[in-house]
Structures are given as structure tokens and as C-alpha cells.
Design a protein around this ligand. Structure first.
Ligand code: FE
Ligand code: FE
Ligand code: ZN
Length: 277
């Protein structure tokens, strides 16, 4: 069973997302928990959630991967920005308990000149503040491309954040293929080597989701510009190898490619074909 889907829009609610994903041939999906620029989230309608759960059961969905607003910066230099990150994450985690047992991924942040070490400590401090024993959601650190002063572009930095977090059982990692490639990990010529490195540094048991994207730029470019599957520098064969890799079996694969539903449907069908479904 391959869990694959795309990042979709949440403005019409959970049931609408579920229906759209079923129409696209998907069995998981991602969405922004609120306007990506931040702001207050809309109230969740329990009837909408109930309808969504029926759709998810009918189409045998795997867990979804909710995405925190990308403007959220847990290691910002300004404390008011970190307060926003702390409050937004705590609120998102409260809201996600309406749909228990899924994933919530976020970009670790940009240290904006404070240095990676200071950034790592600040990110961990926020995680220690927002993670609770009661939550059923697993929070995922996303591997980044290293654009600007982004923290989390090396497996070592991701590990360093995890090391400082107390509730490690509530924490995991989301690997973004475009980001790791842009970060300098050669998943085209040495996928096994990259996954071995991931296992050694972070532990494959901590890998909970994959963002499946091609990249407009070359290995180690630190650019973070996603391309459609097969239209970038990673290419179709390498991305199919990711989807089919035995070490990644059962994980949700999320397309964040520049597409519309028609394009995502094609990519989902193509990956299912490569997977042999
Ligand atoms: Fe992301
Ligand atoms: Fe991503
Ligand atoms: Zn990206």
C-alpha cells in the first residue's frame, strides 16, 4: 500500500480535502494549518471532521501531514516572533486533536545571523514548550535546503535539535527530496548512501514522512525551488527509487510540486505505476 498525495488547500475544510484527494487518486495529503502568512485559524467544524473521517476510511487513507505556516520562525532573533511561533504551534497542536494520530511538520527556522548553535537551542526550547504528553500528533522537523540562514539543512543539525528535546517520542523528521538534494545529499547517484547517513545520524525509525519534489537546481545549490516530478535535476528515476525504497515503505509521500489537481493526479498515478500498484 503506497500512501501518496499532494499538498492541497484547506479553505473548504477537511471533507473537501478528503474528496479532492480521493479524486486525485491519493491516500494521504498535506495542507497549511492556517494562512501560510500566519494569522488566526478558522474554527474546526466537528461535522466536517466526521464526514472527513468517513472518507478517509472509505479510501483507506494513511495519516496526513499538516504543515505549519512557513513564516513561523522558532529561532527568530526577535522574541515577539518566537512568541508567535510558540503560540501558533501550541494552537495548531490543540486543533489537530480533532483529528487524532496524524503528523504536523514545520521548518526548523532561520537563525538570521545568530549562528546555527543558538538557533538549534531556540528551536528545541519552543518544542519543549509546546509538546505535551497528551497529544496524539507527532511533530516533524523538515529537512531544509540551507537557503539563507536556514537551520536543519544537514542531518547533524536536525539531530542536534532532537537531542535537546525532552519528549522525543512526540518528535520525528520529514525528509524533503528537493531540500536534501539542494542541501548537498546526492539522492540521484547514492540514495542508499544518503539513507545510511540518515540512519546513522538521525535514525530511520525517526523518519515519518517524505515530501516528494523534483528540484529546479543542482546538488548543493541551497535554492529550494521545487519542480514537477521528472522536470527537474533530480529526475523521475531517482524519485521513483525513493518511493520504492524498502527503507521508506509505508511512509506518507507528499507532492509539493508546482501543479494543479490534474498535474498531481498524473504524478500520483505515475508513482503508483512505478511502485507496482
Ligand atoms: Fe515545507
Ligand atoms: Fe517540503
Ligand atoms: Zn521547499
Amino acid at each position: 500500500m503506497l500512501y501518496i498525495g499532494n499538498h492541497t488547500t484547506s479553505s473548504k475544510g477537511y471533507a473537501a480535502m478528503g474528496r479532492q484527494m480521493a479524486a486525485n487518486g491519493g491516500s494521504t495529503f498535506a495542507f497549511f494549518t492556517r494562512n501560510p502568512r500566519g494569522g488566526k485559524a478558522k474554527a474546526i467544524d466537528p461535522a466536517d471532521v466526521e464526514e472527513f473521517l468517513k472518507i478517509a476510511e472509505q479510501y483507506k487513507f494513511g495519516p496526513f501531514v499538516a504543515h505549519a505556516p512557513y513564516t513561523l520562525n522558532a529561532c527568530a532573533a526577535k522574541e515577539n516572533l518566537r512568541d508567535f511561533a510558540r503560540e501558533t504551534m501550541a494552537d495548531d497542536l490543540r486543533r489537530l486533536e480533532m483529528t487524532p494520530g496524524n503528523y504536523y511538520n514545520f521548518h526548523p527556522g532561520s537563525h538570521v545571523g545568530q549562528g546555527a548553535e543558538a538557533g538549534i537551542a531556540k528551536i528545541a526550547e519552543i518544542l519543549n514548550h509546546v509538546l505535551t504528553e497528551e497529544q496524539s500528533t507527532t511533530v516533524l522537523l523538515e529537512t531544509m535546503s540551507g537557503k539563507g540562514s536556514e537551520v536543519g539543512a544537514t542531518f547533524g543539525e536536525v539531530r542536534s535539535i532532537m537531542d535537546l528535546v525532552e519528549k522525543k517520542h512526540k518528535l520525528g523528521v520529514c525528509l524533503d527530496t528537493c531540500h536534501v538534494w539542494d542541501g548537498g545529499y546526492d539522492i540521484v547517484n547514492d540514495l542508499d548512501g544518503v539513507l545510511n547517513e540518515f540512519d546513522k545520524v538521525i535514525g530511520l525509525c525517526n523518519l515519518k514522512a517524505v515530501h516528494l519534489n523534483d528540484s529546479m537546481n543542482g546538488l548543493g545549490s541551497h535554492k529550494d525551488r521545487h519542480a514537477k516530478i521528472g522536470e527537474g535535476q533530480i529526475g523521475l528515476d531517482a524519485l521513483a527509487a525513493v518511493v520504492c525504497h524498502p527503507a521508506l515503505k509505508g511512509l506518507p509521500f507528499i507532492l509539493e510540486t508546482p501543479n494543479d489537481d490534474e498535474g498531481w493526479s498524473k504524478e500520483i498515478a505515475l508513482m503508483r505505476e512505478k511502485y507496482g500498484e
